[in-house]
Ligand binder design. Structure first.
Ligand code: GLN
Length: 247
């Protein structure tokens, strides 16, 4: 099966090897006989609603976010329509913030978001940096990654987080939650990149994308020999236990 991916602003939003998430999705798809067809969509490029089974956007410093925010806001409808149509979405850190309603930078400048996620972000004085471990009870799994953000993200009442913070800061260093989930759309502060050390989430995203591509239910993907990935997960989880969530 061909899985059509729209990679938003790969030339602006790509820190902490966020691009590595694409490599993992591509390899895990090909190991199951599927092919990832990745279209880079940057400033001024066309984004057709529903044209992709998965949309991906990485993280970036305030400067890069400011460079893409107006262009992204101009296609808010297309992204929201794609997600409402069942496309999977993975948004990391700076990209996650811009898929919310707004990001206010430390100097007070307000960057528009597209309102896919029911949340707002305001940059604080001290950056929240370190290893993170999450408990994702909706999947019965844990996620391990790395965070580095000034933004404090507030989810609306009733909004679903990606996970409960076991170690780390998460959305705002106070709520005890990290990330946000809306249907097949996932937003998170976790870099690393995220997917090499959390193969279950990569497979969950692939299954959602395949459901969009076929118009059917998310398929059960053939299990892979993930010893190395699970070892990487354990190492990252141990680091989070040792030092996550401390300024
Ligand atoms: N610039 C944003 C912040 O500092 C996002 C940073 C990132 O993507 N790592 O919060």
């Amino acid at each position: 099966m061909k899985i059509r991916v729209g990679h938003l602003y790969p030339d602006y939003l790509n820190i902490y090897a966020d691009r590595g998430n694409m490599a993992v999705l591509s390899r895990r798809a090909s190991w199951r006989g599927h092919e990832l067809e990745v279209e880079a969509i940057s400033i001024g490029d066309e984004l057709r609603p529903g044209a992709h089974d998965l949309l991906y956007v990485g993280g970036g410093q305030d400067r890069e976010q400011a460079l893409v925010a107006v262009d992204l806001a101009a296609r808010a409808e297309a992204v929201r329509e794609s997600a409402a149509g069942g496309a999977a979405v993975l948004a990391v850190c700076g990209g996650y913030q811009l898929l919310g309603r707004s990001y206010r930078e430390r100097d007070g400048a307000e960057l528009p978001g597209i309102g896919l996620f029911p949340l707002d972000t305001v940059a604080g004085e001290r950056r929240m940096i370190g290893d993170v471990l999450l408990d994702c009870d909706w999947a019965g799994r844990t996620l391990a990654g790395f965070e580095n953000h000034a933004g404090r993200t507030r989810l609306d009442e009733g909004a679903l987080p990606l996970g409960r913070v076991v170690h780390g800061f998460g959305n705002d260093g106070e709520s005890g939650f990290e990330g946000c989930r809306v249907g097949r759309a996932i937003g998170t502060y976790l870099h690393g990149p995220l997917l090499p050390r959390n193969p279950w989430l990569a497979d969950w995203l692939l299954a959602q994308a395949l459901a969009h591509a076929t118009g059917g239910e998310p398929p059960e993907l053939e299990p892979l020999a993930d010893e190395l990935e699970m070892e990487a997960h354990q190492v990252a989880a141990a680091r989070a236990r040792a030092r996550g969530g401390r300024f």
